[in-house]
Design a protein around this ligand. Structure first.
Ligand SMILES: *[C@@H]1O[C@H](CO)[C@@H](O)[C@H](O)[C@H]1NC(C)=O
Ligand SMILES: *[C@@H]1O[C@H](CO)[C@@H](O)[C@H](O)[C@H]1NC(C)=O
Ligand SMILES: *[C@@H]1O[C@H](CO)[C@@H](O)[C@H](O)[C@H]1NC(C)=O
Ligand SMILES: *[C@@H]1O[C@H](CO)[C@@H](O)[C@H](O)[C@H]1NC(C)=O
Ligand SMILES: *[C@@H]1O[C@H](CO)[C@@H](O)[C@H](O)[C@H]1NC(C)=O
Ligand SMILES: *[C@@H]1O[C@H](CO)[C@@H](O)[C@H](O)[C@H]1NC(C)=O
Ligand SMILES: *[C@@H]1O[C@H](CO)[C@@H](O)[C@H](O)[C@H]1NC(C)=O
Ligand SMILES: CC(=O)N[C@H]1CO[C@H](CO)[C@@H](O)[C@@H]1O
Length: 425
C-alpha cells in the first residue's frame, strides 16, 4: 500500500484505507458469508459510518449498471439441453463400451501437442479411450461434426483460459478436422492466440491463452517460480480485447489458482508498480478476478449475438490416497475410473466451484455454467501421467515427482467435454 505519507491527516488516511479495504470485502462478500469469517479481520476500521456509506454507494452504482442492460433479449436458443430442462449433464455414469465411437486418434489428428498424445508416447493400456459418459435422465446427443460446422457458419468460437482449455480446443479441432478437405482448413498457432480456420464455413475455432483470465506478470512468458507471480486482479483489458467480436466464448480458470495458498495481488489504487501488491488467500484473489471478468462480460458483450460459457474446474489426481491406494503413485498406473458414485477427490476444490457458480449466477449476462468437475473427477485413468514423451526411464520410475496428473490424454476426457459443449450450443 503506497499512500503518500505525511500529506494527509491521519483520520482521512484511516477513512481511505477503510473504504478501500471495505471495497475488497464487498468483492468477496459471498465468500465471506460462505466461510463465516472475515478475511480482513486483522484490519479493523474505526469509522463505521464511512464503511456503510461506501457500501450504499457501491450498491447504487451496481443497480444502475444492472438496469442499463435490461434491453430485450431474444432467446433463440434451441439447443438440446435448453429444451430438456430436466436433463442434467452432471448426473450420470461412465460406461465401458468398446464399440464407442472414437472421433480421432493421436495418429490421425495432426494438431495434437506431443505431450498429450499418450499412445504415441508409449502408453501401454488403451481402455481409457472407451469410457462413455451416459446421463441418468436422458441421452447425450451424438456429436455430429457436420452439424457443428453448420452451427459455426460465419462465426468465431473461442476457448480462453489455461492449458486444460487449450486441450479442449485441440480436442474440438480434432473432432471436426477430418470432415474438412485439407485445402479448406488451416492452423495458425502462436503462444497467445491460435486459430483453426474452416474456409467453406467462414468459421474459426480459436484458443486464447489467459490462464488467470485477468492479467498477471506470468501470462507470457510464464514465470515458473509461482512465488514470483503477481496478479492484477482488477485488470482484464489486455486479454479482453481479444474476446471482442467472438460469437461463442468458452472460459475456464482453475488450476493456476491452486499453486499456492496465498497469491501476490495488485488492484485498484494499490497498483503503483509491482511493489504495491498484497498477499491474498488464493480463493479471495480468484473471487476478485472472476468479478472483474464478470463485470467485463456484463458491460461489454452483446447478449443478442454472443454466447458465453464457463467450464468448472478440471480436476487433478495427485493424491492416490483419495482412491485408497497405499503407495503415493499419483495417477500413474491407473487404468480404470473411480466407480464409487458421488466421488470427490482433493484435486477438485468445491469452494472455488461455488465461487464460480455464485458469481456466474448473479451476472446480468446469461452465462452457461458447464459443470464438468465431478464427472471428470472419476477419471483418474485419463491423465497423461508418465506418457508425455519427455521422460527418461529413470524419471518414469518416480511417478510421485514426474507423473502429469493435471493434463489429459487425447483422445480422452476433453472429448466428452466437447460432446457436452455440443449439446449446449
Ligand atoms: C457517496 O455518494 C455521495 C453522493 O452521491 C457522495 O457525496 C459521497 O462522497 C459518496 N461516499 C463515498 C464514500 O464514496
Ligand atoms: C456440479 O455437479 C456436481 C455433480 O456432478 C454437484 O455435486 C455440484 O454441486 C455441482 N456444482 C454446482 C456449483 O452446481
Ligand atoms: C456402445 O456404443 C455403441 C455405439 O455408439 C452403442 O450402439 C451401444 O448402445 C453402446 N453400448 C452401451 C452398453 O451403452
Ligand atoms: C449430421 O448432421 C448433418 C447436418 O445436420 C446431417 O445431414 C447428418 O444426417 C447428421 N449425421 C448423423 C449421423 O446424424
Ligand atoms: C466471415 O465471418 C466474419 C465473422 O466471423 C464476418 O465478419 C465476415 O463478413 C464473413 N465473411 C463472409 C464472406 O461471409
Ligand atoms: C447486438 O447484436 C444485435 C444482433 O446482431 C445487433 O442488432 C445490435 O445492434 C447489437 N447491439 C450492440 C449494442 O452492438
Ligand atoms: C505399474 O504397473 C507395472 C505393471 O503392472 C508395475 O511393474 C509397476 O511397478 C507399477 N508401478 C507403480 C509405481 O506402481
Ligand atoms: C461520511 C458520511 O458521508 N457519512 C454519512 C453516512 O450516511 C449517513 C446517513 O445515511 C449520514 O448521516 C452521514 O453523514
Amino acid at each position: 500500500m503506497k499512500i503518500p505519507k505525511g500529506k494527509l491527516p491521519l483520520s482521512i488516511m484511516a477513512i481511505v484505507i477503510c473504504t478501500v479495504v471495505f471495497a475488497g470485502l464487498i468483492f468477496t462478500e459471498d465468500l465471506w458469508a460462505m466461510t463465516g469469517r472475515s478475511i480482513f479481520k486483522h484490519k479493523s476500521c474505526s469509522k463505521k459510518e464511512t464503511v456503510t456509506n461506501s457500501s450504499k454507494n457501491t450498491t447504487v452504482r451496481e443497480k444502475q449498471k444492472v438496469t442499463s442492460f435490461d434491453d430485450d433479449f431474444i432467446d433463440e436458443d434451441e439447443s438440446y439441453l435448453n429444451s430438456h430442462q430436466s436433463c442434467s449433464i452432471e448426473n450420470g455414469k461412465w460406461v465401458f463400451n468398446t464399440s464407442a465411437e472414437l472421433f480421432y486418434t493421436d495418429e490421425s489428428c495432426p494438431y495434437l501437442d506431443k505431450q498429450i498424445a499418450c499412445l504415441r508416447n508409449g502408453r501401454p493400456d488403451s481402455d481409457y479411450l472407451y469410457w462413455e459418459w451416459q446421463l441418468d435422465d436422458c441421452i447425450l446427443p451424438r456429436f455430429n461434426a457436420t452439424a457443428l460446422l453448420e452451427k459455426l457458419r460465419g462465426k468465431r468460437l473461442m476457448f480462453s483460459g489455461d492449458s486444460l482449455q487449450r486441450e479442449q480446443w485441440q480436442s474440438l479441432v480434432c473432432m471436426v478436422e477430418s470432415h474438412i478437405p485439407s485445402d479448406k482448413k488451416s492452423m495458425k498457432r502462436s503462444p497467445s492466440l491460435s486459430v483453426f480456420k474452416i474456409e467453406d464455413y467462414n468459421a474459426t475455432i480459436e484458443f486464447y491463452w489467459a490462464p488467470y483470465l485477468i492479467e498477471s506478470n506470468s501470462d507470457d512468458p510464464i514465470i515458473p517460480d509461482t512465488k514470483k507471480r503477481i496478479l492484477r486482479v482488477d485488470s482484464i483489458a489486455k486479454h479482453a480485447r481479444h474476446w471482442v467480436g467472438v460469437d461463442i466464448l468458452i472460459f475456464n480458470s482453475y488450476v493456476w489458482w491452486t499453486s499456492d495458498p496465498k497469491m501476490k495481488s495488485l488492484w485498484g489504487s494499490f497498483a503503483n508498480g509491482e511493489e504495491g501488491y498484497e498477499e491474498l488467500d488464493s480463493i479471495i484473489a480468484f473471487t476478485m478476478a472472476l468479478r472483474t471478468w464478470a463485470n467485463w462480460i456484463d458491460s461489454n458483450v452483446n447478449r443478442s449475438s454472443t454466447r458465453v460459457l464457463f467450464s468448472t474446474a478440471s480436476p487433478t489426481h495427485m493424491r492416490s490416497a483419495d482412491w485408497k491406494k497405499e503407495k503415493p503413485t499419483r495417477c500413474s498406473n491407473e487404468t480404470k475410473p473411480v466407480i464409487e458414485r458421488g466421488y470427490w477427490g482433493t484435486g477438485s476444490n468445491k469452494r472455488m466451484m461455488e465461487v464460480v457458480s455464485s458469481i456466474v449466477g448473479r451476472m446480468k449476462f446469461p452465462v452457461t455454467f458447464v459443470n464438468i468437475t465431478q464427472l471428470s473427477d472419476y477419471r483418474k485413468d485419463g491423465h497423461v501421467s508418465l506418457y508425455t514423451g519427455e521422460l527418461s526411464d529413470k524419471e518414469k520410475d518416480d511417478p510421485y515427482t514426474y507423473a502429469d496428473c493435471i493434463h489429459w490424454c487425447l483422445p480422452g476426457v476433453p472429448d466428452t467435454w466437447n460432446q457436452i459443449l455440443y449439446s449446449y450450443l
